[in-house]
Design a protein around this ligand. Sequence first.
Ligand SMILES: Cc1cc2nc3c(=O)[nH]c(=O)nc-3n(C[C@H](O)[C@H](O)[C@H](O)COP(=O)(O)O)c2cc1C
Length: 179
Amino acid sequence: MNALVVFHSRHGATEEAAHAVGRGLAAAGHKAEVLPLASAPASLASYNLVVLGGPIYMGSWPKELLAWMACRKAELDLARLALFILGSLPEDHAAKLRSALGASEAESLLPRIEAVARFGGRLPTHGASLGERLIMRLVGSMSAREGIRPVQLDLAEAEAFGSSLGSSQGACPHTKIHA
Ligand SMILES: Cc1cc2nc3c(=O)[nH]c(=O)nc-3n(C[C@H](O)[C@H](O)[C@H](O)COP(=O)(O)O)c2cc1C
């Protein structure tokens, strides 16, 4: 199988997760190309599987990825399709992503999505803007008050996701969206 993993990352955690997914696919015996959204290939015709990954910021998956899915939906409709999410808060990100997709121009792809995985998140320790630092401090103190623990990025889980996509044949289209 020829797989493409496309990611959008602000601070590098999603990029690391995307490479872990690629390693999992490679370990399952497949060719996997891992690219940032800005370098996504002009044609998707040679890929049997496309995996898209992005982080949650302020409750949303990157609008750039949703726009790309809408723009490339005719081609994405011909490949197996899976998504992954990074996010530090213990929320049902998959359900939110499903409704964001449902309200977007990529809505027709919803039944084509084979799996949605989440791998936790990693807050930036350097390079964050002033606004981001402020939000992290606010959310951090609110979470501490309410006893909410951040979910840490799990790269082994990302690799296992890649392997599982590489092991499933994808012969029958099905919708499996889980948190
Ligand atoms: C300003 C800011 C807002 C964030 N908002 C959310 C959020 O709403 N929900 C969540 O689960 N994680 C949130 N996070 C955590 C990010 O999803 C997490 O740090 C992720 O790993 C970042 O990925 P990246 O390094 O690829 O940009 C936020 C992080 C920052 C810095």
